[in-house]
Ligand binder design. Structure first.
Ligand code: ATP
Ligand code: MG
Length: 252
């Protein structure tokens, strides 16, 4: 059963954004998430790594409230937003309407425009989604998340489909937005370098639980070349079962 953290006041500690205890999610009798425990602090940026099929998206969907067929305790903030790998814009609605889609009290266009400006898309508010580039569509999707003013931002491989340069820009944008907004972020990524560039903490999911976690205690802005970065990288790759020499920079 899922419970909102904002519900019973006693459940909420001010510095905790997410508390998950003993979470299990099974498909056809197979537990993909199996007794998972997880705590995210308010304002913390956490990266979630793990091999394909280990259950990362399943966990994110549960935290987003999109999947309630679970056992265990899930405490999350009421205000939360998700952005997926594919931007999922409705093609028959202009960009600004996509940004406001599903919001309860029908905000004005100006609200969407402000969020679009934050992601550098202010001038495309009236455009049709199919006229946006991949990176622009992804930024529109981020604007849609931001307009919800989330305390928890869930990102499921949001940069996966972008070319290398657009991806770096999108990473910088997310870092800026996070610093400005101060929300907790949970970023699912396959890219160890991306995790280490952005996160305060990196988690590795395996066998249905969080098998390894490490603080990412590096000064910002970060560079891939430092010895501390390399040491963390190497450890995470080992946890992911990847031989470092065999690992291309982009995919773990
Ligand atoms: N609706 C579903 N019905 C049946 N099985 C599912 C369903 N959703 C997910 N699964 C299974 O659960 C497992 C975990 O899937 P999930 O999408 O969470 O993996 P993931 O870690 O996000 O992988 P990837 O890195 O490839 O995105 C997979 O084996 C998948 O087939
Ligand atoms: Mg996934």
């Amino acid at each position: 059963m899922a419970t909102d953290l904002h519900g019973p006041v006693s459940a909420r500690s001010h510095d905790t954004a997410v508390r998950v205890e003993g979470l299990t999610r099974s498909f056809d009798g197979r537990a993909v998430v199996d007794g998972l425990d997880l705590t995210l602090r308010a304002g913390e940026f956490t990266a979630l790594l793990g091999r394909s099929g280990c259950g990362k998206s399943t966990l994110l969907r549960v935290l987003a409230g999109l999947d309630r067929d679970i056992t265990g305790t899930v405490l999350v903030p009421k205000r939360r937003a998700v952005a997926f790998q594919a931007p999922r814009l409705m093609p028959w609605k202009r960009v600004w309407r996509n940004v406001l889609l599903g919001l309860p009290d029908k905000p004005e266009r100006a609200v969407a425009e402000r969020a679009l400006e934050e992601v550098g898309l202010g001038e495309r508010a009236g455009a049709w989604p199919k006229t946006l580039s991949g990176g622009e569509a992804q930024r529109a999707s981020l604007a849609r998340a931001l307009v919800r003013e989330p305390d928890l931002l869930l990102l499921d491989e949001p940069f996966g489909a972008l070319d290398a340069l657009t991806r770096i820009k999108a990473q910088q944008l997310v870092a800026e937005l996070w610093q400005r907004r101060g929300c907790a972020v949970l970023l699912v990524t396959h890219d160890v370098d991306e995790a280490l560039l952005l996160a305060d903490r990196a988690l590795v999911m395996r066998d249905g639980g969080i098998a390894y976690e490490t603080p990412v205690d590096l000064d910002r802005p970060r560079t891939v070349g430092s010895p501390e970065f390399a040491a963390l990288r190497s450890r995470l790759l080992t946890e992911l079962g990847v031989e470092e020499d065999a690992a291309p920079a982009e995919a773990a």
